[in-house]
Design a protein around this ligand. Structure first.
Ligand SMILES: *[C@@H]1O[C@H](CO)[C@@H](O)[C@H](O)[C@H]1NC(C)=O
Ligand SMILES: *[C@@H]1O[C@H](CO)[C@@H](O)[C@H](O)[C@H]1NC(C)=O
Ligand SMILES: [Zn+2]
Length: 325
């Protein structure tokens, strides 16, 4: 009996300790930053992690990679969208209403259909860029992730149990001289979601197209199998990273850096601005990155590799044939 009572007493303490071991970015607290995620979630130490650096000398052209088919991206769906500070990023939730059923993409060799659930951002700070994917080692100011779930599955968690359960469209940003007015709603909404858990329901939805480069420029992309870029880092994502960046002004970028905050880190510490909420590139390991028909590839390295191998092969043959029999 006494032991039972003790257990009950101990339980609330254990539960309260749990939020302390959650993951974060180095800018929030280096002790729970990306290099420790694999200790918190085994999946983050896997072989197919995201993001990655896209090395244009090593990508492989795949002419079978057709255009991503967008469905409902050109309409403002009925229902409400919710812009939220989830403590790690700014996310627009499209789910929870029938609205998102109207927004789909069809991609991959199997032409599978994926439904849009949410989109969110990764950014840097006032001095540094903050994209997750890099191209030839170059990091961009910000990155947009549009998260879609394979319509074969009923829930996000069910989709997360299957390879290709999710498809994420990634877009990079470039700094432009003028504001991108298509981002006014989101940038204005940042003021309402300064703290973790804050949200604001938009008065009306808009066409997702508006956030993207023109459709004509979306035939250039890179494709590879990867993971979620936050714990649990589930390796269930078919990634599409578009080459054409989205223009956004410096002041709009600064609004992300200056307006939203990470959750308080322990008792008595003040709120830190949400900055550098990106995971660094992960090893490609045994994967290949494929380039769509129109995507830029840099072929300079390809011939030099074979030219280097050729003499080696000749030497090998000479040694082989002149060796003792
Ligand atoms: C950051 O992004 C800007 C704009 O794309 C670019 O000019 C700059 O070289 C980038 N900086 C780094 C360190 O990659
Ligand atoms: C958002 O914040 C502004 C003030 O910055 C306020 O006027 C507006 O009512 C807020 N909107 C919502 C939906 O809470
Ligand atoms: Zn993301």
């Amino acid at each position: 009996m006494q032991r039972l009572a003790l257990t009950f007493l101990a339980l609330p303490l254990v539960l309260r300790a749990a939020p302390g071991v959650s993951w974060c970015y180095d800018s929030q607290d280096p002790k729970c930053g990306p290099r420790y995620w694999k200790d918190l979630a085994k999946g983050c130490g896997g072989n197919n992690q995201s993001p990655i650096n896209i090395d244009r000398r090593k990508v492989q052209r795949d002419r079978n990679l057709g255009d991503v088919l967008f469905d409902g991206y050109d309409q403002a769906p009925p229902g409400k969208w919710r812009l939220m500070n989830n403590g790690h990023t700014v996310v627009m939730r499209l789910e929870g209403v029938s609205a998102s059923e109207h927004i789909n993409i069809t991609i991959g060799v199997l032409l599978e259909k994926y439904r849009a659930l949410q989109f969110h951002f990764h950014w840097g700070n006032l001095e540094g860029n903050g994209s997750e994917h890099t191209i030839d080692g170059h990091q961009f100011p910000m990155e947009l992730h549009l998260v879609h779930m394979n319509t074969k599955y009923k829930t996000f968690n069910e989709a997360k149990g299957h390879p290709n359960g999710l498809a994420v469209l990634g877009f990079l940003y470039k700094v432009s001289d003028v504001d991108n007015s298509n981002y006014n709603t989101i940038v204005a909404g940042l003021k309402n979601i300064s703290r973790q858990g804050d949200f604001v329901d938009l008065a009306s939805t808009f066409c997702l197209n508006n956030l993207l480069p023109s459709m004509a420029k979306l035939s250039k992309y890179y494709r590879y199998p990867g993971s979620l870029t936050t714990p649990d880092c589930a390796e269930v994502v078919l990634w599409t990273l578009f080459e054409e960046p989205i223009p956004i002004s410096q002041s709009q970028l600064n609004a992300f850096v200056n307006t939203v905050h990470f959750p308080a880190n322990g008792i008595g510490t003040s709120l830190a601005k949400m900055t550098n909420n990106f995971r660094p590139p992960q090893p490609l390991k045994n994967r290949k990155v494929y380039a769509s028909r129109d995507a830029t590839i840099s072929c300079s390295a390809m011939p030099s590799v074979s030219l280097l191998l050729l003499p080696l092969l000749l030497v090998f043959q000479i040694v082989h044939f002149s060796g003792p029999s």
